[in-house]
Design a protein around this ligand. Structure first.
Ligand code: DNO
Length: 353
């Protein structure tokens, strides 16, 4: 298991590499060319510069989160092959730089969705939260603007302003895209990129849909065990794998998180491990990583990862905002560092017992 920490780059993150280097057990970062737009081919110069910056701080790039997928690939537009070519070029650049894990998602229009970016918890911390009854009243076209106001001035990952400016057009483009079509488009994409992944030994790790059900009538396909197994089987290559994200799959209490780990055994290339507190169906808020603070049994999750032979990259996921920190919502230093320490502690105890 390789404990890592997400870092958005010196231009975008409030946290420095020097701070990350001092979190016990963390030697790798998960990062991206954050200023890039989905669909463009990344340049070797930019990737190598990022790599050099990280290595200078005594860390390494353990993986990329995310190389985002252009909407034309998701909708299956005639231009998709051109964007897939660019994706392949990006993977080649990453492969040559020795970066071998790429996280991405196949969610239409929006990446993760929340109704509140700063909900107060009883301990005074604030967290990201979701309430379906609030979402049902929101006009998706104005949702970005309302969330952006609460983002502390940071560009939220997956909510790039350039894409959000075209939101009407995006909704139109997805109108004819059924769940089945979206799945076929994912398979088309994966089949096209597998040769370059085989060549450079790059593990692709699809991120589950967050929350794990359709939002704003847009289809969602990576939501439960059945869909994950279907996706892994449709392109049965070890480089086609999963980001096992507890906070996304766990939004639906019907999902058996440990069962999903067992079902995807050997194909989990990346794990996002965090806790949620379920208030009611369709209503949850994020919590500290500690089992007792939320609804998940974090020991059981780590133990199942361990016992199924998980040997991949892991990171603490969204943290609460605590101790007066001002950061990108969910991505402060303090609570995620506590999360990393806690997960490392669980892992050490599991290994020694
Ligand atoms: C949210 C993240 C997601 C994730 C993407 C992967 O905080 O977990 O934005 O990075 O879905 O492509």
């Amino acid at each position: 298991m390789e404990m890592t920490f997400r870092w958005f780059g010196s231009k975008y993150d409030s946290i420095t590499l020097e701070q990350i280097r001092q979190i016990p057990g963390v030697r790798g970062v998960i990062t991206t060319l954050y200023g890039s737009t989905p669909g463009e081919a990344w340049s070797a110069d930019e990737v190598n510069a990022l790599k050099a910056e990280v290595e200078k701080a005594g860390l390494k790039i353990s993986g990329i989160e995310s190389v985002n997928i252009h909407d034309d690939i998701k909708t299956g537009a005639p231009t998709r092959d051109m964007y897939i070519e660019n994706y392949i070029k990006t993977l080649e650049v990453l492969g040559k730089a020795g970066i071998k894990m790429v996280c991405y998602n196949f969610m239409p229009v929006f990446d993760w969705t929340r109704s509140d970016l700063a909900k107060k918890r009883p301990d005074g911390s604030t967290v990201l939260a979701y309430d379906q009854s609030v979402i049902d009243k929101i006009n998706p076209e104005t949702m970005f603007a309302s969330l952006d106001k609460k983002s502390n001035g940071f560009v939220l990952p997956g909510w790039e302003p350039e894409r959000m400016a075209r939101i009407k057009e995006l909704f139109e483009a997805y109108k004819p895209v059924t769940k089945e079509k979206l799945f076929d488009n994912l398979v088309y994409f994966l089949k096209a990129i597998m040769p370059v992944c085989d060549k450079y030994d790059i593990d692709m790790a699809i991120h589950p849909d967050d929350p794990a059900w359709p939002v704003f009538d847009l289809p969602r396909i990576i939501t439960n065990e059945e869909q994950i197994v279907k996706m892994l089987k449709a392109v049965d290559n070890k480089h086609n794998g999963l980001t096992f994200c507890t906070g996304s799959l766990g939004t639906n209490p019907k999902n058996d998180l440990c069962g999903i780990i067992r079902a995807a055994k050997g194909r989990i290339h990346f794990a996002h491990v965090r806790n949620l507190y379920h208030e009611a169906p369709g209503k949850f808020e994020e919590a500290a990583h500690l089992s007792a603070d939320g609804s998940f049994d974090m020991y059981a999750i780590m133990k199942t990862l361990h016992d199924t032979g998980f040997d991949g990259i892991i990171r603490p996921d969204h943290g609460r905002t605590i101790w007066g920190e001002v950061s990108m919502p969910g991505y402060g230093l303090y609570d995620r560092a506590l999360g990393a320490a806690y997960l490392n502690g669980l892992w050490e105890a599991i290994e020694k017992s």
